[in-house]
Design a protein around this ligand. Structure first.
Ligand code: 3H9
Length: 719
């Protein structure tokens, strides 16, 4: 709702009330319309100030209402009547003014912001555009180029930047409502037409077409296949070319198209899924709101390789003291140099003072005596990690949490060598750890809820998107990825090329095809894992290696590439050819095509044409099938967790929601049918067999993804 108060003789204040972010729900819009009418009718009132309860102006339209039928006063005419008001209206922005919240403020005649406020039009991140006049008013206020940048990225900006751009008229430290009232009193009586953005001529730029084409090229490169950024550019272009009323018509048409799209549904699902992942729960009933996390102020980082460096940087950026350890002076110096350089660049970019004083570099484990938590980030080798864990127990305080940064090793096995299994958890960071947002927090069978809560809270402080997952080989992300990768190499055996597979995946929306990703990470990473797991052994024929291992289909192609020294970008060739070692531009390599032809000949495989549809179905449905198995086993609390892992750690296109959401959207019965078909053709790939949960969900009428959790609970109670 909205609260109407008369605070001074001539000023009325309308306060939006809808915790936690004062979203513009039906009730709030109704309240605004009623309060505004009251203010306009009251002859004593000469000016109105809009503000939000609890120092939060407004987080925009109520996204929860998007999935139902919309009722109540619509935003566009409501904001229009604010702007058209003969009485002066000022927005007092505290906390956030986002989306419809900023559009409401743009309808006001003046805007005052608190110095800590954040503003933006993030609709594009929900698959939409600012459709309450934002695409028409903002360009008239700040120009086409700046408006395009803000609207197509959805970036939140500070009050300081908003002042510089001309979005707000004043930035104040203190009470924004009082400042807005003071401003109102100082300008009451001045003509308002110049303050009504819809009456302003479109901002002039020498070459609108050129500016918009450049913006279009940028958004297409940044978010391939996404509709909303393209529509944003079209709407802003209309602001530059058309009168306001025609521009508004264009904005509405584009919004209608986006609003009904599956992309918008997927992105809104992703918004809520991200929040749901933060509300973690464990199978034993412990969860985010019944488990206290004690504070962590000093952290030890063991190992300053690429991962350790990124982790140390993220910790320091979060204001946490770090004791960083290496095995010898040379490694320590290398790590120190890299971490210092990253933090200095960060301080320079952000205009903040260097946080280097939070760092201590040492060779001595004894320096870890008083840390609250340790993150071990040594080489991915079980024995080495066990040795480190045993050493740690000799020096750490008895309540220090021990975390292992592993991408898939057994957390229970590591915990078993310590004197504190309840304080051991996995923290699976993604490389580069100071950039990638995802963090899998892995709880072992003995991890205490408090240890999980501490790791989750620390990850959040490090600005990570944290997902609590159970302990299993590869955890969630890598365990699923294995099946996706397997299918991609089987496709090569059967007749596809790396470019074909990558092109199909990139057209689907992945930031990068699987073979380009493999070249980037280095093919030797997987090679080492396969060696360690016994898939590669000396008794395997090096000339014609077997295509079966442990009774299952196996593709030796990646191993054969590694044997030839083709390790990816770092060696200048892998699945693709690069101009030189380390260069990034992937080119089709005729040698690989010949190698694949010879391989098929050697094994008597008759190549066939493989469609993009088959690539997607086999790679993506096998990924989703494994996700369903993970849910079945209770490794994550719900499908949202899996989707968030894929969105933030694996370049899954946000407008497809995540693999679980995608499977639900395609139709679970379609996924089941396709998996049955492919499993029939590949009986030696057991993972293609549809999961029990998939069969159950289909048998129960393919419920919406939001209801899967209760069906999974039933499945567990039946087991
Ligand atoms: C729009 O405005 C369209 C218009 O252009 C035109 C239409 C015609 N609605 O993130 P948090 C909930 S589109 C409903 O954890 P924070 C959120 O789900 C909208 N609910 O807190 C969570 O609920 P719960 C454009 C919302 O402090 C709780 O608030 N606006 C909305 O880290 C706390 O959220 C946006 O895209 C909403 N608009 O961050 C802004 N916003 O506690 C979206 C939040 O049950 N919001 N909730 O899990 C945000 O970016 C962040 O929530 C915000 C606060 C920065 C505001």
């Amino acid at each position: 709702m909205a609260l109407y108060t008369r605070v001074k003789e001539s000023i009325a204040v309308i306060t939006l009330k809808n915790p936690p972010v004062n979203a513009l729900s039906t009730a709030v819009r109704r309240g605004i319309v009623e309060s505004l009418s009251q203010a306009l009718q009251d002859e004593q009132v000469k000016a109105v100030v809009f503000c939000g309860e609890n120092n939060t102006f407004c987080g925009g339209a109520d996204i929860k209402e998007f999935s139902g039928s919309m009722s109540g006063p619509p935003l566009v005419p409501m904001i229009h009547s604010i702007e058209a008001s003969e009485k002066l209206i000022v927005a007092a922005i505290e906390g956030v003014a986002l989306g419809g919240g900023l559009e409401l403020a743009l309808g006001c005649h003046y805007r005052v912001a608190d110095t800590n406020a954040r503003l933006g039009l993030p609709e594009v991140t929900l698959g939409l555009l600012p459709a309450a006049g934002g695409t028409q008013r903002l360009p008239r206020l700040i120009g086409i180029t700046a408006a395009l940048e803000l609207i197509t990225t959805g970036r939140h900006i500070s009050a300081k930047e908003a002042l510089k751009l001309g979005i707000v008229d004043q930035v104040i430290e203190g009470n924004a409502v009082l400042a807005a009232m003071a401003l109102a009193l100082s300008v009451i009586g001045q003509p308002l037409n110049a303050r009504r953005l819809s009456l302003q001529a479109p901002a002039w730029v020498p070459d609108v077409d050129y500016v918009c084409e450049a913006a279009l090229a940028r958004v297409k490169q940044r978010s391939r296949g996404a509709m909303a950024p393209v529509a944003c550019v079209q709407a802003v272009r209309a602001a530059a070319m058309l009168p306001y009323s025609k521009g508004m018509e264009k904005e509405r048409q584009l919004m209608d198209m986006l609003f009904r799209s599956s992309q918008a549904r997927a992105m809104q699902y992703a918004f809520f899924a991200q929040r749901s992942a933060g509300k973690w729960s464990l199978p034993n009933g412990a969860q985010w709101n019944n488990t206290k996390a004690r504070n962590v102020e000093r952290v030890g980082v063991i190992g300053l390789g690429t991962m350790g460096q990124g982790i140390a940087v993220s910790l320091v950026k979060a204001g946490i003291s770090v004791v960083a350890i290496e095995v010898d002076t040379k490694q320590l110096e290398l790590g120190k140099k890299a971490v210092t350089a990253m933090l200095q660049r960060y301080a320079q970019r952000q205009g903040v003072s260097s946080p280097l004083h939070l760092l201590k570099f040492t060779l001595s484990f004894h320096q870890l005596r008083d840390v609250d938590l340790v993150i071990e980030a040594v080489f991915e080798d079980m024995n080495l990690k066990k040795r480190v864990f045993s050493e740690l127990c000799k020096v750490l305080k008895e309540n220090t949490i021990i975390c292992t940064n592993t991408s898939g090793l057994n957390v229970d096995e590591l915990a078993a060598v310590t004197d504190r299994q309840h304080l051991v958890v996995g923290m699976h960071f993604f490389a580069p750890a100071h950039v990638m947002r995802l963090l899998e927090v892995v709880y072992g069978s003995g991890s205490s809820p408090e240890a999980v809560a501490i790791a989750m809270a620390l990850g959040k402080r490090m600005q990570k998107v944290c997902v609590a997952v159970g302990n299993c080989s590869g955890f969630v992300g890598n365990r699923m990825l294995k099946h996706y990768m397997d299918q991609s190499v089987y496709l090569l055996e059967e007749g596809a090329t790396p470019e074909q597979v990558d092109q199909a995946l990139e057209e689907f929306g992945f930031a990068m095809g699987i073979f380009k990703v493999a070249d980037l990470s280095g093919l030797d990473v997987g090679w080492r894992v396969r060696k360690a797991s016994g898939l590669i052994s000396p008794d395997i024929d090096p000339v014609k290696p077997s295509r079966w291992r442990f009774g299952r289909r196996y593709c030796p192609l990646p191993d054969m590439l590694c044997q030839q020294g083709r390790l990816g970008q770092k060696t200048g060739h892998g699945w693709y050819l690069y101009n030189s070692p380390g260069s990034k531009e992937a080119k089709c390599d005729p040698e690989i095509l010949k190698f694949l032809e010879d391989y098929r000949l050697k094994y008597g495989i008759i190549p066939r044409r493989i469609s993009s549809q088959e690539v997607i179905e086999r790679c993506v449905f096998s990924l989703a099938n494994e996700g369903l198995r993970i849910l079945e086993e209770g490794i994550t609390a719900g499908p949202e967790d899996i989707d968030i892992i894929y969105l933030f750690g694996y370049g899954w296109p946000r407008y497809r929601g995540g693999p679980m959401f995608y499977a639900a959207q395609v139709g679970l019965s379609v996924v089941l049918e396709k998996l049955e078909h492919y499993h029939h053709l590949q009986p030696d790939v057991p993972s293609l067999e549809p999961s029990q949960l998939l069969r159950k969900l289909v048998a129960e009428g393919s419920p919406p993804i939001q209801q899967w959790k209760s069906h999974i609970k039933n499945l567990h109670s039946q087991l």
